[in-house]
Design a protein around this ligand. Structure first.
Ligand SMILES: C[S@@+](CC[C@H](N)C(=O)[O-])C[C@H]1O[C@@H](n2cnc3c(N)ncnc32)[C@H](O)[C@@H]1O
Length: 309
């Protein structure tokens, strides 16, 4: 299958905490450079491990839950969630599917490290073209991935075709934009993060418009499940709520997030805001992200389930 990573994307969409316009951190309107984003994606998912585990346990405990013997994690990225799924579904083989070979390598390393390599395997595929080669599954997890496909309706229908009877599609889409700083930082114009979010929503829209077979869609996931012949099974949001003061890993992630977003937004914010971002990223500045005590990490991810009869 072809290599999705070779599109020559100029900027990475910053999916530090999510990948939706509401919380994605787009850069230049192009698709992300996933290789470059690997460490960010990995730490991002690690910080949300408890939420992802809770989400997977919710699926496992549904009264209609099928016996899960094969899971496809579509757009698995660095494999953090694939490994969590293997832990929550101990009888399942989990196949991490992605278009970026370097991320699949991270998945294999992680699976080896966790002693899960007998059940977590990888498959290089560009989607949706590669869907027919993925084989059947009882659970298809697509975390912040469907919106990277131009025709989301068709891709979802393709997921549905891979499901065994009683199987579930789990989409992580939507949620709430990450917030990491007080509205008023004590310098610059209050409301910086809201302006960053607005600029990123615009870039996200451009990114989507440039995808192959791009098609605008009402992002009503229950309706799209219905159109794909699946029965909506519920929606839940999972909160990552790390209050200030942050531990080292979370603070490093916030710094990495802002670094990437500053680079992507430089031409899309006014000069006052870009100057504030520069100051926030100065490691020596006591009011910067490295040192200020009031940095936090708050976001919600939403999981939408659809079931095949
Ligand atoms: C935002 S990341 C999400 C990673 C992971 N699911 C998570 O939530 O942490 C999106 C992933 O989808 C993959 N991807 C994006 N578009 C793809 C496509 N058309 N075919 C295959 N993989 C794709 C990227 O390589 C990347 O690893």
């Amino acid at each position: 299958m072809s290599n999705h990573s070779g599109h020559g994307h100029r900027h990475g969409r910053q999916d530090l905490h999510h990948e939706r316009p509401a919380h994605g951190h787009d850069h230049g309107g192009a698709e992300p450079d996933w290789d470059v984003m690997a460490p960010l994606l990995e730490r991002n998912a690690e910080l949300s491990s408890a939420q992802y585990t809770e989400a997977a346990r919710w699926i496992a405990a549904l009264p209609t839950a099928p016996k899960v013997s094969r899971v496809l994690d579509i757009g698995a990225g660095p494999g953090v969630v694939a490994c969590l799924l293997a832990e929550v579904f101990p009888d399942a083989e989990v196949v991490a599917v992605d278009g970026t070979p370097a991320l699949l390598e991270r998945t294999r390393e992680r699976a080896r490290r966790l002693g899960l390599d007998d059940r977590v395997t990888t498959l290089h595929a560009t989607l949706p073209e590669g869907l027919p080669g993925l084989g059947e599954a009882d659970l298809i997890w697509a975390g912040n991935t469907l919106h990277h496909m131009g025709d989301q309706r068709a891709a979802l229908a393709g997921f549905g075709e891979l499901l065994r009877p009683g199987g579930t599609v789990a989409l992580v889409e939507g949620g709430l934009q990450v917030r990491q700083l007080p509205r008023d930082l004590g310098f610059g114009n209050p409301g910086l993060e809201a302006r960053m979010e607005a600029a990123e929503a615009e870039l996200f829209q451009r990114m989507r418009a440039e995808l192959p077979d791009a098609r605008r869609e009402v992002e009503d996931w229950a309706a799209l499940f219905g159109a794909a012949g699946l029965t909506p099974q519920g929606t839940r949001s999972f909160l990552l709520d790390l209050p200030a003061p942050l531990g080292d890993a979370a603070r490093e992630q916030v710094v990495a997030d802002f670094t990437r977003r500053r680079d992507g937004l430089r031409d899309h914010l006014d000069t006052d805001d870009t100057a504030v971002l520069d100051r926030l990223l100065d490691p020596e500045d006591p009011a910067g992200l490295h040192r200020r005590p009031d940095v936090f990490l708050l976001l919600a991810r939403t999981l939408h389930l659809g079931r095949r009869a």
